[in-house]
Design a protein around this ligand. Structure first.
Ligand code: PHE
Length: 341
């Protein structure tokens, strides 16, 4: 018996193969599998060493058979581990592409901004200029130059927010009429939109801060008919063609004659309900032909130029447009309300 034959005979190859197969089958990860492979099939394994010394055909067939079966077992186990790994990843990284995407909330313009843009658009379409103005005014511009009588009740600190004797928060956008008349020579076609302030208690129809749009047209030969046509135009843009419009006579210190436009109640359709106090009509602002006194106050010749002015609340307009019963709903910031408009 040669030395090699002795080596082959010294090992129980059946047991070796069983042990090796079990170790390969038990390997639960690529490194474990590699460890088992090196141990039973590697260059220093008993099998490799024995194979190197084999001289006879019988031992060669025996050992090569074992080697081939074990190598096949390694490949099979390798494949199995790869499949398992893939299964894991498919399970862990699963994405259901049919699920609906995350909903991103998209905002929209506040109803007051919407109304503001409707007003701006409809006057820009008539060739008017948009005029930006200040909210802090003087008594002179808010009252005096607009020909308010010295005893007019609006001048009272109970109605108006004063900073001191001469400065106040404007109570209307009408001071813009004076500013534009002082800065520009007629013809003038301007609209000024912004916040105004009054010391009113908060109710369903009043808020101490609100918005107005103010218009002024000054040209040769302008009449009350032009004013009516212009108001009709913007009221159609705001409320649509179904709503009726009427004009009532009124008084303002800076216009003569003065009128108040009304729009038919959108809630009852003009029949009469609580919102319109059973009149079928809702008031929407003030307007009139510019009083010659105002022109004189700003050195514009009333013999040559005539004009009209109008002022309306934006909150009012939004309420009338959408039939919103309470002005507070516009400023509470409640998205359940605002989302509706
Ligand atoms: N400024 C007046 C108001 O706030 C409205 C108005 C504007 C009236 C222009 C006539 C002309 O009530």
């Amino acid at each position: 018996m040669t030395e090699n034959e002795a080596t082959v005979a010294a090992v129980d190859w059946e047991a070796y193969e069983r042990e090796a197969s079990a170790a390969l089958a038990a390997a639960n990860s690529p490194p474990e599998l590699d460890g088992a492979r090196v141990r039973y099939l590697g260059r220093k394994s008993e099998l490799a060493q024995a194979l190197r010394g084999v001289r006879d055909r019988e031992s060669g067939m025996l050992l090569n058979g074992i080697r081939e079966r074990l190598e096949a077992a390694v490949t099979e186990r390798e494949q199995r581990l790869e499949d398992e790994e893939l299964d894991h990843r498919l399970r862990d990284e699963f994405v259901d592409v049919t699920l609906p995407g995350e909903q991103l909330a998209v905002g929209h313009l506040h109803p007051i901004t919407q109304v503001r843009r409707i007003v701006e658009d409809s006057f820009l379409g008539l060739g008017y200029e948009i005029w930006d103005d200040r909210e802090v005014e003087t008594v002179e511009y808010n009252f005096d130059k607009l020909a308010f009588a010295p005893t007019h009740s609006s001048r009272s600190p109970r109605d108006t927010f004063y900073f001191d004797e001469t400065h106040l928060l404007r109570t209307e956008t009408s001071p813009s009429q004076i500013h534009v008349l002082e800065k520009q020579a007629p013809p003038i076609y301007m609209v000024s939109i912004g916040r105004v302030y009054r010391r009113d208690a908060i109710t369903a129809t009043r808020y101490p801060i609100f918005h107005q749009f103010e218009g002024l047209a000054v040209d040769e030969g302008i009449t009350l008919a032009d004013l009516k046509g212009t108001l009709l135009h913007v009221m159609r843009a705001l409320y649509g063609p179904e709503r009726q419009v009427r004009f009532r006579t009124h008084f303002f210190p800076f216009t003569e004659p003065s009128i108040e436009p009304d729009v038919s109640c959108g809630i009852c359709g003009g029949v009469g309900c609580r919102t319109c106090k059973y009149s079928g009509w809702l008031e929407m602002g003030g307007a009139g032909v510019v009083d010659p006194q105002v022109f004189q106050n700003v050195d514009v010749d009333p013999e040559r130029w005539s004009g009209f002015a109008f002022g309306c609340g934006l909150e009012r307009a939004a309420q009338l447009r959408h039939n919103i019963p309470d002005i507070r709903l516009l400023w509470d910031g409640d998205l359940r309300v605002l989302r509706q408009f």
